[in-house]
Structures are given as C-alpha cells and as structure tokens.
Ligand binder design. Structure first.
Ligand SMILES: [Zn+2]
Length: 327
C-alpha cells in the first residue's frame, strides 16, 4: 500500500512509466467548509474518506485516482467566503488594537520524522535531506529558481524523530493520522509542522488549508523520499514540499476549476483543464489565452519541470497569511 512498492516498480520500469507523477492535488473529496469544519476536518488533511480539505499530491498511477484534496466548486466558494470573512475580522481587530499586516514573513518550521524503525527504509532519513529541503523552500519562495519573489522564508527550528509503527506509513484521513498530529503538533498558527514518512495510496504529500481556528491537524505531510536527494524518482528535488506548503498558504492547484470560472483565483496563471504530468511542453488545454502553467509549483509535473510561483500567487499567499496565520 505504501509508496514504496510503487516507487520501486516505477524505478525498475524505467522512465516510460513514470508517469506516476505525483498528483498534487488538493482535492478534497468531502471537504468541510472551513467554518464548519471545526473538529471534523481540522486541518484539511487531504483526503480522507471522511473528507477533509487537504491537498494531496499523488503519482499518476496511484491507487487514489483523485487526491484527496481537489476541491469542488462549492468548496472553493466556501473557502473564498471564509477568507473574506477572516480579512474583515482582521481589519476590525487592527482598527481596535493591533495585529500588524506583514510584508515579509519568516516561518518557523518543525519537522517530525515518523519512523517505523531505525533503518532508512523504515523512515530514518538523514538530517542532511531535511536541511536541503529547507534550502529548496527558501530558494523557491524567494524566486531563486526563476519565479516571482514571495514574502516567505523558512527557518528550521527543530527535527523531532518519532518511532511509532502504528503511524507508519502515514495514512491520509486515518484515525492514526489524527492521533499522530494531535500528539506531535507544536506552535501557533504561524508554525509550519511538517510530517515525513512513507505515505498511503501513492501520495507524495498533502496539506491543510488555513483556517480561522487552529486545528491540531494543521500542517503538511510529505513523502520522506521526496526530499532533495531522496529515492522518489522524478519527485526527489524537494518540490513536493514546496507544493504542499503552497496549499498551507492557501494556494489552489493551477487546474482548479478547469477552463471556466475563477479557476485557482489567481489571474496570472493561465487556465488549465486538468493536471499536467511529467513535463508536457506546449500543452494548451483551454481556449483562454496562455499555455498551461506546467512549470508552476502548483501543477503536478515532475520536480525537474516546475520552478515557479507567479506574482498573483505570491499576493494570494500573503493575503491569506495576514488573514489567518499572522500573530
Ligand atoms: Zn496539491
């Protein structure tokens, strides 16, 4: 069930199959509106039969054809309404006393390494991969790989290693995931908790969207071997982490909503009918202007293909930060 079998298969099979690309989706099958989610789907973990709101990134042949986090139009409307309400709350709060609107943000990061045992296969990945992941995040969010500069930087505060066979692999939407996060999550709304492990259903990762009330589910789950230098072929340059954190900062997939409507809510990411895998240069699935944004971190292409956020995405993330996560 975990990723590993598939990864091995793919690796052996060679590039052609690769398609396994991760589906980074956000899907949430039964997503719960942020406002009413409360205990139900606290963080939005991706998927889950129970429906949460996370965003998962999966590989193409994955058992879960849809990531848990792809959102329906209704879920998008609910999230957008919640953001507007959160912004109004903040505005009132500022008028009264104080929350500052931030222009730059350094996010404290706590990484929980979930292990089955002390072997690499059992989840014991070296610290060096984690520090490399933080570097990849800082480059990506600073526009260092060719995209827009965002307001965000990341500071690794702690690596917390936990051996617990009942939490490994991490199963999206499971009671074990809830137990794990309830036990381990630390910090306030501004603290990024990252959980690393082998994952269920061929997923590369999933994340929770921001919510007004901090949930113990808040955070990002990432396949341990997707870190830079890991063994997840085609997905081992650290961009799963970059993608999932994009969701944690309120970004949708570039293919959200397909060709119509408001899409991903960002004006400078051309509409895209469906997820792109591998690196299909020149792909153009919608009649609207612009080729599909296959190089965007919020699509599902290979790590080697994606390298940018747009100015509109940077703005959306900062707005959400100020609405939901800023102190
Ligand atoms: Zn995603």
């Amino acid at each position: 069930m975990g990723l590993r079998p598939n990864l091995l298969t793919r690796r052996v099979a060679g590039v052609a199959l690769t398609t396994l690309a991760l589906l980074l989706s956000t899907a949430a099958v039964g997503v719960v509106p942020a406002a009413s989610a409360s205990s139900a789907a606290p963080g939005g973990a991706c998927s889950g039969p129970a429906g949460s709101q996370a965003n998962a990134r999966a590989k193409p042949g994955a058992a879960a054809l849809h990531e848990p986090n792809e959102l329906t139009a209704k879920q998008v409307r609910e999230r957008d309404a919640d953001l507007a309400a959160a912004l109004r709350e903040r505005a009132n709060y500022r008028a009264g006393a104080g929350a500052t609107t931030l222009a730059t943000v350094t996010i404290p990061v706590v990484v929980h390494v979930i292990q089955e045992n002390s072997t690499r296969a059992g989840g014991n990945i070296p610290d060096s991969l984690i520090t490399s992941q933080i570097s990849v995040l800082n480059q990506a969010y600073a526009g260092g790989t060719g995209g827009a500069t965002t307001a965000f930087a990341f500071r690794l505060d702690k690596i917390n290693r936990v051996t617990n066979t009942s939490w490994y692999p991490i199963v999206d939407g499971s009671s074990a995931e809830r137990s794990m996060k309830s036990s381990l999550r630390v910090g306030g709304k501004n603290t990024l908790n990252i959980y690393l492990g082998e994952l269920s259903d061929d997923l590369l990762g999933w994340a929770t969207f921001p919510q007004r009330n901090l949930s113990s589910m808040d955070g990002v789950v990432v396949l341990n071997e997707s870190l830079p230098g890991g063994t997840a072929t085609n997905y081992n340059q650290g961009d799963t982490g970059t993608h999932e954190i994009g969701h944690w900062l309120n970004l949708y997939h570039t293919f959200q909503g397909g060709c119509g409507g408001s899409g991903d809510g960002v004006s400078d990411t051309p509409a895209e009918a469906s997820p792109a895998y591998q690196c299909p240069t020149g792909r153009n699935t919608c009649s609207a202007t612009g080729l599909d944004p296959i190089t965007n971190f919020m699509d599902y292409t290979y790590d080697s293909c994606m390298y940018q956020f747009t100015t509109g995405q940077a703005s959306r993330m900062l707005t959400a930060w100020n609405a939901y996560r800023a102190a």
